[in-house]
Design a protein around this ligand. Structure first.
Ligand code: ADP
Ligand code: GLC
Length: 473
């Protein structure tokens, strides 16, 4: 089974969030099932530099203001197609934002070009023809539209990692984006007067998946659907929630090179002491919690700022690693100056994130919405008890330590209702109390570490989906 995966980021080559982890892990997770998955990525300078060898497989000529070609390469265990188009990708800022932190003005064209390249590969012009194309988020949204306009008969799966990014473009761009004016209406590419690439994907994809069963349901509700709930409800029969896994080789507490003093739950306290020391935190009788996150409205970390003083008063401590909204970065920096039990690192640091999971006794994820979430899964694997909001993939992966959960021995964490600093405060109270009950706590940590968080089951679900779309001849 040949599958082309189309993504705007892919670990370990380029990453801003969980999408990269998933795009980077899927090919390896699917290979044992006989799936040959190749990944099409934009040729950002960091990606091109990481490729040992490339060969041109298709010259695309002029594409959105410059010449472009598709290169093939193997790197980091991945088979890649890379769209080389320096006028679109070779620039400063981040992969989505300009140096002032605003979306690149030409983002619609930058990712329409990626979709164009995907459509060319799907049509067999790059020497390898996929049986299914699997695109991720708004950046791949125009692809099924192009396939349909080109008359390329290859089924397309769209995975929604986050509905909060609709991929807007102003209507004057329609022709330039390769769309037909006649499709600019509410059943087509139009979304409240603008073009939305995500909506285009939702309308034209053969199947839609998202990254947890609960988020699949939430997407059909006004509270979480962000205006797409009507359309998604209509396509309910074509929508599946398939839970993300994590790469259990990269996140392996026993073999993790980033940490030295942690070899399983019995040695957790040594790793915790090491993290306290590294962060300059004093010894404490309460739990050491960690947060590793983008600092955005989605993640609910403003609520945590409100709930924090009580938690610290009760002996809890917090190490936070994150970057994002300037205002939130400032608020966390100010809080760290004001509280002894809080250590804040503003930035992006993969190795530190591993040491934090090893040393953290709890990982906090108070998101307002969370399609899947990965850090609670790292937490389970490293024995950092997840304290999470009851939304999306968080609710699907953590078993609350309520009476029933504790009695049956199934509990792996603490689940609270979202969007409310009061509920989070109560959850942190429960954390401190449970932490003090050594026997219960130890049992929970061991449970958490046994909880399956790999790709095995979900890889099988993707294979079923591909087979359904493209049965063997
Ligand atoms: P999202 O994709 O919404 O940001 P996820 O939990 O799915 O949330 O994935 C986030 C990924 O990015 C995880 O692998 C997490 O460890 C990583 N991450 C987020 N912020 C940082 C940071 N500041 N430093 C290192 N890793 C980070
Ligand atoms: C998105 C979501 C996150 C999910 C990730 C990978 O960025 O915000 O919840 O885990 O994609 O699917």
């Amino acid at each position: 089974m040949r599958v082309l995966s189309v993504a705007s980021e892919c670990a370990p080559l380029v990453k801003t969030g969980g999408l990269a982890d998933v795009a980077g892990a899927l090919p390896g997770a699917l290979a044992p099932h006989g799936v040959d998955m190749r990944v099409l990525l934009p040729g950002y300078p960091s990606v091109l530099e990481a490729l040992p060898e490339t060969r041109e497989v298709l010259s695309l000529g002029a594409l959105h203001g410059g010449t472009a070609r598709i290169l093939a390469a193997d790197a980091q265990g991945l088979s890649l197609f890379v769209l080389e188009a320096p006028h679109l990708y070779d620039r400063g800022g981040t992969i989505y934002l300009d140096p002032e932190g605003r979306d690149w003005e030409d983002n619609p064209e930058r990712f329409a070009a990626l979709c164009r390249a995907g459509a060319e590969i799907a049509a067999g012009r790059a020497g390898w023809t996929p049986q299914v194309v699997h695109g991720h988020d708004w950046q791949a949204g125009f692809l099924p539209y192009y396939l349909s306009r080109d008359g390329t008969d290859v089924p397309f799966v769209l995975t929604i990692h986050n509905i909060a990014f609709p991929g807007f473009a102003d209507p004057w761009r329609i022709k330039w984006l390769g769309l037909d004016q006649a499709d600019f209406h509410s059943e087509g590419v139009e979304y409240w007067g603008r073009v939305s690439s995500l909506k285009t994907g939702l309308v034209w994809a053969d199947r839609i998946t998202t990254v947890s069963p609960r988020y699949a349901y939430e997407l059909t509700t006004p509270a979480f659907g962000m205006g797409f709930d009507g359309l998604i409800s209509k396509r309910r029969a074509d929508l599946t929630g398939i839970l993300n896994g994590i790469d259990t080789d990269i996140w392996d507490p026993v073999r993790d090179h980033a940490i030295r003093r942690f070899r399983g739950w019995r040695t957790k306290s040594a790793a915790t002491a090491a993290l306290r020391e590294e962060m300059g935190l004093p010894a404490s009788a309460g739990p050491l919690a960690v947060v590793i996150s983008r600092l955005t409205q989605q993640k609910g970390l403003d609520l945590l700022l409100q709930a924090l003083p009580d938690f610290l008063d009760r002996g809890g401590q917090l190490v936070l690693l994150g970057s994002g909204d300037r205002e939130m970065e400032g608020a966390w920096r100010a809080a760290s100056a004001a509280h002894e039990g809080l250590a804040v690192t503003i930035g992006y640091d993969e190795t530190l994130s591993h040491r934090m999971m090893a040393g953290g006794e709890a990982v906090l994820v108070p998101s307002r919405f969370e399609p899947c979430g990965l850090t609670q899964l790292y937490g389970l694997r490293y024995g950092a008890i997840p304290v999470v909001a009851r939304v999306g993939g968080l609710a699907d992966t953590v078993v609350d330590a309520n009476d029933a959960g504790l009695k049956s021995g199934a509990a792996t964490g603490i689940v609270h209702d979202p969007d409310d600093a009061g509920a989070l405060s109560l959850a942190l109270d429960r954390l401190v109390t449970l932490y003090g009950e050594v026997e219960t706590w130890t049992r929970m940590v061991r449970n958490a570490m046994r909880h399956p968080v790999g790709w095995d089951v979900s890889a099988g679900r993707y294979v079923e989906l591909y087979r359904d779309l493209s049965p063997d001849p």
